[in-house]
Design a protein around this ligand. Structure first.
Ligand code: ATP
Ligand code: MG
Length: 393
């Protein structure tokens, strides 16, 4: 079947009132950006719907795959276009369409006609009934079911005629750019790329920060994080990844603070620096891949201690998820294979044998006092020497 166009279905959410136009505009821009390298497509908005029409040769599978990555789209309907609106031609085209799409097997159907052009000589009901009868005569294997048809044949008559009956599930969510920007703390693990994906799905643009600890962590570990950012950018659009050299801060903590508190104190400095970078780059929130109870630094008490240094909201979309549920999403968005590559990360190198699981904020603050002579300078240097990589797929 040759599909020349796609009808894009999007959820009603966020489309009420004057926001609707903003939402649609951004969705169209997102579609255009995603399809940019796949061919020439015209994106048309009419009667509250979006049509993507191919104006050059294109690869069907690749185009569908790409459209499935656009947040805000709930369904993609491949459309067959017939140039002539003459009813005899429509009848023939409907037969071809049904034959190629559904073949000889038995099924029930219903015709659903719509006229974009109200001057068309037949009314929608007439088209439904005439076309329905015509198809029944042509195919002995089919029956009409107006309530629950297996196949709903949509026929839209405008300047051309559009046939579609199949809806491919889209990513859902809201178009990126409709809900501000957030800073993702992106490690090389499984959880944080999933967390970034989930928040971006709600229309949020992403920047990311990675805390690197050379020479304790390798160039390959850093490249892995860049690769993960690229995969996530396939959904979220370009991600500016801020790479912070965290080594001196970690060494200072290691030297001065009780070892069982290392992870908590280190995480508090990560959050402080991430918040600084977030504000500097107009991000309104932070995102982490934390999940309650997953490790010592993610107990309720640890999360409270980590959170205490933040003044902007911290989004933790994986917070109530089991590891397997997070893995399922990471497989679906294809970050899993990269996440499980066995390169060291800075948390595992400076990890204590018996980390506190119920840290007490006052105790942690007192330990941090021991860093007071040097930490300000170290944080300042870390921020000043940030390396920025633009991750885009
Ligand atoms: P992940 O699978 O995302 O690495 P994790 O289960 O390994 O998570 P932690 O190492 O405790 O958990 O990290 C918790 C969260 O802190 C991560 O999800 C991530 O958002 C952030 N984080 C941890 N290490 C780093 C790092 N080196 N750079 C940036 N963010 C980090
Ligand atoms: Mg980790």
């Amino acid at each position: 079947m040759e599909y020349k166009a796609f009808l894009i279905k999007y959820a009603e959410i966020g489309t009420k009132g004057k926001n609707r136009y903003v939402f649609e505009d951004i969705l169209c821009k997102q579609i255009k950006q995603h399809l940019n390298s796949l061919g020439e497509f015209q994106i048309r908005r009419e009667y509250g719907r979006i049509f993507v029409e191919a104006e050059s040769a294109y690869d069907y599978e690749d185009t569908i795959e790409e459209l499935k990555k656009v947040f805000g789209i709930v369904g993609i309907c491949p459309v067959v276009v017939e140039e002539s609106t003459d009813f005899e031609t429509i009848k023939k085209a409907a037969i071809d369409y049904m034959k190629v799409c559904y073949g000889e097997k038995p099924f029930t159907f219903k015709v659903n006609a719509r006229r974009g052009n109200k001057s068309y000589p037949m009314k929608s009901m007439e088209i439904n009934s005439e076309l329905g009868h015509y198809l029944l005569e042509a195919f002995p294997n089919i029956k009409v079911d107006v309530h629950k048809p297996d196949v709903l044949l949509n026929v839209e008559i405008r300047d051309k005629v559009y046939f579609y009956s199949e809806t491919i599930k889209g990513a859902g969510g809201l178009p990126v750019g409709t809900n501000g920007k957030a800073m993702l703390l992106l490690s090389g693990g499984i959880d944080s790329p999933v967390a970034g994906y989930m928040i971006s799905k709600r229309g949020v643009e992403l920047e990311a920060v990675y805390f690197n600890a050379p020479p304790y962590t390798s160039e390959r570990a850093k490249q892995k994080v860049i690769d993960l950012a690229k995969i996530v950018s396939g959904f979220s659009g370009k991600i500016r990844l801020h790479i912070v050299n965290f080594t001196d801060i970690q060494l200072a903590i290691y030297e001065k603070c009780p070892h069982e508190e290392l992870t908590i104190i280190m995480r508090r400095y990560m959050m402080r620096i991430a918040e600084h970078l977030a504000k500097e780059n107009k991000c309104q929130a932070l995102i982490t891949g934390e999940s309650i109870g997953q490790v010592a630094s993610q107990t309720m008490q640890s999360l409270a201690c980590t959170n205490e240094v933040c003044t902007i909201p911290v989004f933790r979309p994986c917070i109530g998820m089991d590891k397997q549920e997070i893995i399922d999403i990471s497989e679906q968005i294809r970050t899993y294979e990269t996440s499980i590559l066995p390169y060291e990360d800075c948390c595992t190198i400076f990890v204590a044998k018996h980390p506190v699981t119920k840290p007490i904020l006052e105790v942690i603050k007192r330990s941090e006092e021991k860093l007071k002579d040097e930490i300000e300078d170290l944080v300042k240097t870390a921020i000043e020497t940030v390396e920025i990589v633009e991750a885009v797929i």
